[in-house]
Ligand binder design. Structure first.
Ligand code: EPU
Length: 430
């Protein structure tokens, strides 16, 4: 097993480049199933969620060639079965995108109910609502969602609640349907727009992605393209929060500053300086930081995927800050770990009050999910002494080379191999 060991208290300084966006990449890689020719995907982050998506494609018969570490050729023409192996689908939330793509291509799909980070209840009722509107019938058999349709016919899809996954699945299932589909109350996240751009580059006819209403004229053929995935706004936001928490000075390149507006606004509100350039941001702390209140919202609001990281930053800020997460029921599982480091945080249902300012002290902690793990890294970097983070496989689902990037910024962080033996640990420095 592996863990991260951080010797905290060093301000991060320097420049790093952002990786491609996880949540765009998982949708785009799944969308290659709809393509009638081979595709080349660039700026694909080397993270375990993507490795896993590629494994799913290969297991179904697709050819996936790594051209370089972030560039892949994917040819899905040899896939003949509309089924994702059960054990592969159940470990990832994004496996639900195979429902939309397989239904779009074969008018049939068999995919296990998706897994992913435990953030509370994560139903797929809105995904099913979209498939039903297009004419599909669904059933749940042995933990697997089965979809089938004689044909898919464009229709009005109205979402009762804003959902990234359901919006993406509605686009995937309708892009090759007969006729015209309108998706109302659509999610507007940058990765939704990136998927629409990818599909349009292949010959789809999608308008309005990034607004509440997406309009799709079905097409019968999607051609191969070379497409580069957008930078990861959450990875960038995580490094911005880490820079501020350590009172450092960090420049991040390969950035689309527009995608960061709500994160930048929140950081500026607490006194962090954020300078925006065409494709970079610089983050530093010229002034004392001040407490704040943040509520997570769907895009363009402050993203739930940045909530744990901003909370870690706010433990370093004097006074009581309030964080409210409106999106998920259970996104405060990092709080008990931060308390081990001395954080004073109380949680009441969807809100946390962070009484910040007291320097955190390093401690052994366990990452309960991906972004919670990122928050523990930020806390460890800002803390006095040594923090050891276990269950780093969660973090590696979404952050490419996080240790190497932090080391490039001067952090004292290492990945350590260890064996668990009768409850005690034997370490091997990596
Ligand atoms: N929801 C329903 N019914 C549905 C779908 C969603 O009630 O059919 C609810 C969810 O339970 C949640 C809310 O709607 O309370 C929003 O969920 P959404 O569908 O937007 O989330 P998701 O598609 O499951 C994606 C990202 C998450 C990110 C959320 C919110 C991917 C693969 N995952 O999840 O990313 O938190 O959108 O922006 O794109 C992460 O990267 O750490 C991560 C968890």
């Amino acid at each position: 097993m592996e863990k991260f060991v951080i010797n905290g208290g060093i301000p991060l300084r320097g420049t790093i480049a952002a990786s491609g966006a996880k949540n765009a990449a998982v949708a785009i890689v799944a969308a290659t199933i709809l393509c009638d020719e081979p595709c080349i995907i660039e700026n694909c982050p080397q993270i375990s969620d993507i490795t896993f998506c590629m494994k799913i494609l290969r297991s179904m018969g697709a050819e996936v060639k790594m051209i370089d570490k972030n560039k892949f050729m994917i040819d899905t023409r040899r896939i003949i079965s509309p089924k994702v192996p059960y054990d592969m689908a159940r470990v990832m939330r994004a496996s639900s995108y195979f429902l939309g793509t397989l239904l779009g291509r074969f008018h049939e799909a068999h995919v296990a109910l998706p897994g992913g980070c435990d953030l509370g209840d994560r139903p797929i009722d809105q995904h099913l609502k979209a498939f039903r509107a297009l004419g599909a019938k669904d059933s749940l058999l042995n933990g697997e969602v089965h979809l089938n349709a004689d044909s898919l016919i464009g229709n009005l899809i109205y979402f009762d609640r804003n959902s990234v996954g359901a919006t993406i699945n509605a686009m995937l299932a309708s892009v090759k349907a007969n006729g015209y589909t309108v998706i109302e109350n659509a999610a507007k996240e940058p990765h939704v727009v990136d998927l629409a751009n990818f599909l349009n580059a292949m010959g789809a006819s999608i308008m309005g992605a990034g607004t509440d209403t997406i309009k799709i004229h079905g097409v019968s053929y999607l051609k191969g393209v070379e497409y580069s995935i957008i930078p990861d706004q959450i990875e960038i936001g995580t490094f911005m929060a880490a820079a501020a928490a350590t009172r450092g000075d960090v420049t991040i390149t390969n950035v689309i500053p527009k995608h960061l507006e709500s994160i930048t606004a929140a950081l500026r509100k607490i006194g962090v300086a954020v300078e925006e350039y065409d494709e970079a941001v610089r983050v530093y702390t010229p002034n004392e930081l001040v407490k704040t209140k943040i509520i997570t919202m769907p895009h363009p609001g402050f993203p739930t995927d940045m909530q744990p990281q901003i909370s870690a930053l706010l433990t370093t800020v004097n006074g009581a800050s309030v964080i409210k997460d409106e999106i998920f029921d259970n996104r405060f599982r990092y709080v008990s770990e931060l308390r081990r480091m001395g954080a004073d945080i109380s949680v009441d249902q969807k809100s946390a009050i962070i009484q910040g300012g007291e320097k955190l002290k390093g401690a052994p902690v366990i990452a309960p999910d991906l972004r919670a793990g990122a928050a523990l890294i930020i806390a460890g970097l800002a803390a006095e002494g040594v923090t050891e983070i276990q269950d780093i496989h969660y973090i590696e689902r979404g952050y490419e080379n996080i240790v190497e990037k932090l080391q490039a910024l001067g952090a004292d962080i290492k990945r350590i191999h260890f064996e668990e033996y009768n409850g005690s640990q034997i370490r091997h420095d990596a």
